[in-house]
Design a protein around this ligand. Structure first.
Ligand SMILES: C[S@@+](CC[C@H](N)C(=O)[O-])C[C@H]1O[C@@H](n2cnc3c(N)ncnc32)[C@H](O)[C@@H]1O
Length: 385
């Protein structure tokens, strides 16, 4: 015979997760899960409850959790599973309100399951098994929250993205936060970003994902509603032409927004004073298609493969120079290892100085000399056209 609250109290220091299922009539949720979280350097426990296809989250101190264990957990669910570093124990509710404990078994090592062997030791900020059920609907997780094998590269990229976001925001006090994702596509990143900010960190997030594809936008919107992600919405828009809301934003992200869509996103960000930009460009064709010989570096244009790579790098170098002129401290960093994706460069920028006009004329001169077009340059410096 076991007292669930006492078992939980004993498990908390080494808790991995706990799941409460098969609700009785008095249970507030159809299912509830508990896991440790760190929010603003405080160790807390996050209770996630599911009701009417929506997820509800509460971050609790140990004291609050144990107070709530009597009212909402113990005796309210017929089954409980408590997993700690030492093993997993099952509890089954008995008629007298106590629980029968059915032993401990070894806990699977983090990183096991569907992931390829060479990645099993890699610990991600959002580990496999993280309770983000929206990712099941998006096809990234299996129903038991394992990463779908074919989606492993994407999951790796998104985790890296979140790690870089976490570096920038770990010291930022949770509060209102407006985020836009241009070219969100199937929105794996958008959902995980929302989860990171709203659920893990407790920000009051308003997040919009824009994409051209109406069917994808509709599906993502339905998934957001299903999980009660009230601050997350998706809209059909062509970011290169449609009029988007005229408002201040805190963070703009793009992940592989095609070709010049990245330029329009960056332009929107600077015009609306985005405090931070994280952008991973993709298929930078514009310069490659317009560049012609014009100077000492003509040798780099002779072979198609070299011209293509030089053009892509030149595109992002120009974007970074422009952002610097627009008031952003900017760096170009390796996003993921080249072995995992050729699209491995990230533009990371933070607004921290007054605009100036130092780099744009140099970029203009280059464009003139080599005859190429570069959309961001033309957007920020139309007079020179
Ligand atoms: C390669 S996908 C990347 C999707 C997502 N960010 C990801 O990393 O999984 C590029 C997305 O950008 C969208 N896109 C391209 N040009 C766009 C534009 N002008 N306006 C809005 N979305 C655009 C496409 O529809 C596509 O979904």
């Amino acid at each position: 015979m076991a007292d669930l609250k006492m078992e939980l109290a004993a498990a908390l220091p080494r808790l991995q997760k706990a799941v409460f299922s098969q609700p009785t009539d008095g249970a507030p949720y159809q299912k509830a899960a508990l896991r440790p979280v760190v929010i603003k350097a405080r160790s807390l426990f996050q209770l996630e409850g599911f009701r009417d296809n929506k997820a509800f989250h509460r971050n609790l101190t140990e004291e609050e959790l144990l107070a709530l264990a009597d009212e909402e957990l113990s005796g309210r669910y017929r089954q409980a599973l408590i997993m700690t570093d030492e093993g997993a124990a099952q509890y089954v509710l008995r008629r007298d309100g106590s629980y029968r404990k059915s032993g401990k078994s070894a806990v699977p090592r983090p990183g096991g399951g569907a992931a390829p062997t060479h990645d099993r030791e890699k610990k991600y900020l959002l580990a496999e098994g993280e309770n983000i059920p929206a990712l099941v609907d998006l096809g990234v997780f299996t129903p038991d929250l394992r990463i779908v094998k074919a989606k492993y590269d994407k999951y790796r990229q998104i985790n890296r993205f979140i790690e870089l976001i976490d570096d920038a925001f770990s010291e930022v006090e949770p509060g209102p936060l407006t985020v836009m994702d241009f070219g969100c596509g199937k929105s794996y990143l958008t959902f995980i970003l929302y989860y990171y900010f709203a659920v893990r960190r407790g920000f009051d997030v308003e997040m919009i994902g824009y994409d051209l594809k109406a069917d994808v936008v509709e599906h993502c919107g339905a998934v957001a509603r299903k999980y009660g992600y009230d601050g997350l919405r998706f809209e059909v828009a062509d970011v290169s032409g449609d009029v988007l809301p005229d408002r201040e934003i805190d963070l703009l992200v793009t992940l592989h927004a095609c070709d010049t869509a990245t330029d329009y996103a960056l332009h929107y960000a600077v015009r609306h004073g985005a405090k931070r930009i994280f952008s991973v460009p993709c298929c930078q064709h514009e310069i490659d298609q317009t560049i012609s010989c014009g100077g000492d570096l003509d040798i780099l244009l002779r072979h198609g493969i070299v011209r293509e790579r030089v053009s892509a790098l030149l595109t992002d170098a120009i974007r970074a120079e422009i952002l610097e002129d627009m008031g952003y401290e900017t760096d170009l960093i390796e996003f993921v290892d080249l072995a995992h994706s050729p699209k491995n460069l990230m533009i990371r920028a933070e607004k921290n100085h007054a605009p100036r006009r130092r780099n744009i004329p140099l970029c203009r001169a280059l464009a003139k000399r080599y005859g190429f077009r570069q959309t961001l340059l033309e957007l920020v410096d139309p007079a020179a056209e």
